[in-house]
Design a protein around this ligand. Structure first.
Ligand code: AHM
Ligand code: MG
Length: 281
C-alpha cells in the first residue's frame, strides 16, 4: 500500500479494515490442521489464514521493515522501518465453542527479538458480540468500534480505580504455593472472569479494573503467553491506560527478549494488585 500517512497509523488502519474480513471468514475455518505452530500449539485453519491475510496486507506498508507472528518461525524481512509483531488470532481455541477471540499488534522501533522498551505503539481487536479495538500510542489509549472496516472512536481508555474482576490461567495444582496464596486473597475481593482468550479477559480488566494473568506452571516454568506477540503489547496498552504489568519481578516491558517465541509469566492490571503480587512471589 502506498501511503502518505505514517506507517504506525497505516498498520492500525489495515488491522481495522481486515477485521471484518477475518470475522466473516471464521465460520468455515474451525477445523484443526495437522500442523503445530513453532511453540507447539495446535493450529486451526483460521490461525494460518488470518496470519497470511494480515502478513500480506501489512507487508505492503511503506515504513514496515519486519513482520513476525506467533504462527511463523522466523521474522520476515519486508522492507525498511518498524517491526510489526502479531498474534493474528489470540484465543483461537475459543472458535470451537464460539467464544471471543482477538488480534494483538505490537509495533517495535528495532529489530526483533527486542525489549518492550522499543514498543512505539500497540493495540488489539476484540471479536466479541461487536468488533472493538484499542490503540495505545504516545499517551492514553483510545477505544473504537469497528463497523464496515472503519473505526469510530468510543473515547479514551482508562483503567478504573476501583477494581472488580480477576482471571488467572493454568490448573491450580500447577501453581506455586506463593501464587496460590495470593489468589486466595484476590478471590475474596474480586469476581472471577476467565474466558480462555487473553484479549477478551484483558478487555474486562480495562473496562472494570482488576488483574489478568497467566502464571508460571509446574509444567511450564515460563507460563504460556509469548512475550513479543502477547505479553509486551498488552502490557504497553495497560500501562498507558494507567495500570501496571509484571512477570513477577519487573514490568513486562523491561524484559530483554533473547528468542522470538520466548514465553513469560504475564500479569497486567491495577497497580495495587500488581504490587501485591510482586511482594507475594
Ligand atoms: P493462543 O494465542 O494460541 O490462542 O494461546 C493464548 C491463549 C490466551 O489468549 C489465553 O489467555 C490462554 O491461551 C488460555 O490458555 P488456557 O486454555 O490454558 O486457559
Ligand atoms: Mg494465538
Amino acid at each position: 500500500m502506498a501511503t502518505d500517512t505514517d506507517p504506525i497509523e497505516a498498520v492500525f488502519e489495515v488491522v481495522a479494515s481486515v477485521a471484518p474480513e477475518i470475522r466473516a471468514g471464521l465460520p468455515g475455518r474451525r477445523t484443526t490442521l495437522d500442523s503445530e505452530n513453532v511453540t507447539g500449539d495446535t493450529q486451526l485453519a483460521a490461525d494460518v489464514w488470518a496470519d497470511e491475510l494480515l502478513s500480506d496486507r501489512l507487508s505492503e506498508i511503506e515504513g514496515i521493515g519486519e513482520y513476525a507472528s506467533e504462527e511463523r518461525e522466523t521474522v520476515a524481512d519486508v522492507g525498511d522501518g518498524y517491526a510489526v509483531a502479531l498474534d493474528p488470532l489470540d484465543g483461537s481455541s475459543n472458535l470451537r465453542s464460539n467464544n471471543p477471540m482477538g488480534t494483538v499488534v505490537g509495533i517495535y522501533d528495532g529489530s526483533l527479538p527486542t525489549s518492550g522498551q522499543d514498543l512505539v505503539a500497540a493495540g488489539f481487536v476484540l471479536y466479541g458480540p461487536i468488533t472493538t479495538m484499542v490503540i495505545a500510542r504516545e499517551g492514553q489509549p483510545e477505544g473504537y468500534v469497528i463497523e464496515d472496516g472503519t473505526r469510530q472512536s468510543t473515547g479514551p481508555v482508562t483503567l478504573p480505580t476501583d477494581p472488580t474482576v480477576y482471571g488467572f490461567g493454568g490448573r491450580v495444582p500447577e501453581w506455586s504455593d506463593a501464587f496460590g496464596a495470593y489468589v486466595s486473597e484476590v478471590q475474596d475481593e474480586l469476581k472471577l472472569r476467565y474466558g480462555g482468550a487473553m484479549i477478551a479477559d484483558v478487555s474486562q480488566v480495562l473496562t472494570y479494573g482488576g488483574i489478568f494473568g497467566y502464571p508460571a506452571l509446574a509444567s511450564r516454568p515460563n507460563g504460556k503467553l509469548r512475550l513479543l506477540f502477547e505479553s509486551a503489547p498488552i502490557a504497553y496498552v495497560v500501562e498507558q491506560a494507567g495500570g501496571a504489568s509484571t512477570d513477577g519481578e519487573q514490568s513486562l516491558l523491561d524484559i530483554e527478549a533473547t528468542a522470538l517465541h520466548q514465553r513469560t509469566p504475564t500479569f497486567v492490571g491495577n497497580e495495587s494488585y500488581i504490587a501485591r503480587l510482586e511482594e507475594a512471589l
